[in-house]
Write a protein that binds this ligand. Sequence first.
Ligand SMILES: Cc1cc2nc3c(=O)[nH]c(=O)nc-3n(C[C@H](O)[C@H](O)[C@H](O)COP(=O)(O)OP(=O)(O)OC[C@H]3O[C@@H](n4cnc5c(N)ncnc54)[C@H](O)[C@@H]3O)c2cc1C
Length: 294
Amino acid sequence: MKPPPFEYAAPASVDEALELLGPAPDETSVLAGGQSLMPLLNMRMAQPRVVVDLGRVEGLDAVERTPEGQLRLGSMVRQRRLETDPALRAEVPLLADAARHVAHVAIRTRGTLGGSLAHADPAAELPATIAALEGRLVVHGPNGARVISAGEFFLGPLMTAIEPGELLVAVELDPPPKDAGWSLQEVARTHGAFALAGAAALVHVGADGRIDRARLALLGVGSVPYVPDWLDEMGVGEAPEESLFRRIGERVRDEVAPFDDVHATAGYRRRVAAVVTARALAAAAARGNGRGPA
Ligand SMILES: Cc1cc2nc3c(=O)[nH]c(=O)nc-3n(C[C@H](O)[C@H](O)[C@H](O)COP(=O)(O)OP(=O)(O)OC[C@H]3O[C@@H](n4cnc5c(N)ncnc54)[C@H](O)[C@@H]3O)c2cc1C
């Protein structure tokens, strides 16, 4: 299948890209890694008049520290880099763990962090991971820059807070404590397929052997990443034991609202949600400073 005809533009800067988006944002598509957009074009599910390729925009693939010490990842950072860059892996190992679950190496080599977040597939790993990491998404548009929390960025399946004419330029993160543990666990029908459900977790166990910080976000169990707002209340101050993680998984199972589709029923996804939640929390607790369960 071939895409419909379109004009192609390859701007060199964010300002140039915004100018190209300006006149008719609804008829213009942004191209990042193309791993979701190209199939949509080929199937004629998207028929833009203009495609603006971000591949040559200077600085969008940068990984930097902000003056405040946050990690700033440009939207064009490739998924494969999240997985393999030793410095990034050391700072945010949860991102590397998540990236390796995205599709196959060839797809991750082209696919970008920003493309995955802007595409907002409910079963995608990176949106849930950025939600677990409490990332902030930096969007530029004709009226300047906006910073949107991950909790407010994802609005529904393939829907985000990016307005027509705006571009996602970066994601900012506070790197988790060095001795926090991390894990992304998922169940997929085959290696490289989208997950039926998954969970991204960060756990920090204090010197007293009790959890002092935990973050969790699920994918594939609703229209946006599911972040339980009761996790601190249930987990902080508790010993990092399997029984606790199982109870948290059961509460997640009872609260998520997954869909039935051709791959799995909603009921099955709920059960998977309980299992991956318990597994991700246990693996994260075991990995951190070694104070979790063996
Ligand atoms: C066979 C296959 C299997 C896959 N399996 C998985 C999987 O298991 N897990 C998973 O998470 N993903 C999976 N994907 C999707 C893939 O990882 C894509 O990389 C990702 O969804 C989109 O990233 P991209 O950089 O390719 O974006 P593109 O395809 O270029 O763009 C995606 C969408 O985001 C918009 N966009 C991109 N960048 C920006 C920006 N900076 N600002 C505003 N809008 C923007 C585009 O206009 C488009 O609408 C799979 C894809 C394929 C082909």
